[in-house]
Design a protein around this ligand. Structure first.
Ligand code: GLA
Length: 340
């Protein structure tokens, strides 16, 4: 048994990959064996896809039409293509991992910030160029794309350069451009963390998703799902899944992990129970047709690969595999699907 077969009746099981995973034959084999969706952990973010050399050397030429290259992501895209594993694109618009020069006149951090008109042209052409390259070189590989990431924070729209320099409609514009240039089989997503929290869930529904749905610009909600052992209470997660599902758009869990700093057998059993509880809820909500959950992606393959160890400043054991070997949590997740 493996994850993708166990969950075949319900949804895809995805994984985010880093360069280290691609370099290691055992990680490649594990990915092919277990998963049927791949996300680049980093290599499709603006700081990777923007061609620094071209844009910075010749800013006049690229002033409103940023040079873009798929080269950094190519090893991942080739791997996915070779093994016929569909991909989620991540991510076009984000306040993070986007070079600051992108927001300045002449791509020069010492120059003033660029105006709204220039930034909207850059945004449109960035999105156009990315989707054109994908169309030309990897037609049919992507089935979903995070267009906009994490624009809701502290009870409001996040104070980002995009908001400050373009205005509140920047995310609608981004989706307009994505809809215009993406191949039609690519579903367009809004993606955010802690999207189960009631205030954030409601803000996202009212202020982000509904305006986009009205204009037929969004196809899905990406719930990142970086969870911890204590929070959230899983019923709160269920409510959020149902709330997004009720909007009639697809739901993905895009970055699932559960931070846990204790590798003892007892603690790993509790982690397994928590994963089982979560997957039970997801299966129930699919069966009850309360949410069209299409994919659940784990944020990294092995515990050793997880970003959480750096982020939390303590070793984390948050995933289903350790050094290529399945953990208790893996068995528990499989068992939930097979119990039905
Ligand atoms: C956010 C982003 C991801 C990743 C994680 C941390 O959730 O969406 O791309 O950077 O942070 O790894």
């Amino acid at each position: 048994m493996n994850l993708k077969s166990a969950y075949e009746p319900y949804f895809k099981i995805g994984v985010a990959l880093s360069q280290k995973n691609l370099d290691l034959q055992t990680d490649r084999a594990l990915t092919v064996e277990q998963f049927n969706s791949i996300t680049c952990e980093n290599h499709m973010k603006p700081m990777f896809l923007l061609d620094w050399e071209k844009n910075l050397k010749n800013p006049q030429l690229y002033q409103t039409n940023p040079a873009v290259s798929l080269a950094p992501a190519k090893p991942f895209l080739d791997f996915a293509k070779e093994h016929h594993i569909p991909m989620r694109g991540h991510t076009l618009v984000w306040h993070n991992q986007t070079p600051l020069w992108f927001f300045h006149e002449n791509y020069d951090e010492k120059a003033p910030f660029a105006d709204r008109e220039t930034l909207l042209l850059r945004l449109e052409n960035y999105i156009k160029n990315v989707f054109e390259l994908i169309h030309n070189e990897y037609l049919g590989l992507f089935y979903a794309f995070d267009v906009v990431n994490e624009i809701v924070d502290e009870g409001d729209f996040r104070k980002s350069k995009w908001l400050e320099l373009v205005g509140e409609d920047f995310f609608v514009k981004a989706f307009e451009y994505a809809r215009k240039y993406a191949d039609s089989e690519i579903k367009l997503f809004y993606n955010d963390y802690n999207s189960f929290e009631p205030w954030k869930r409601d803000f996202i529904c009212e202020r982000v998703l509904k305006p986009l749905i009205e204009r037929n610009l969004v196809d899905g909600m990406g719930m990142q799902s970086h969870l911890i052992m204590e929070e959230p209470e899983l019923e709160l997660f269920r409510t959020a899944v149902k709330t997004y599902g009720a909007l009639g758009i697809t739901v993905h869990l895009t970055e699932l992990d559960i931070h846990n700093n204790d590798p003892s057998e007892e603690s790993m059993n509790v982690l397994a129970d928590r994963y089982a509880g979560l997957f039970r809820i997801l299966i129930e909500e699919v069966k009850n047709q309360n949410a069209n959950i299409e994919c659940v992606t784990f944020w990294n393959l092995n515990d050793e690969d997880s970003w959480l160890t750096g982020f939390r400043r303590e070793t984390s054991y948050p995933l289903l595999f350790t050094n290529g070997k399945p953990k208790k949590a893996y068995d528990a997740v499989i068992k939930v699907a097979c119990a039905d």
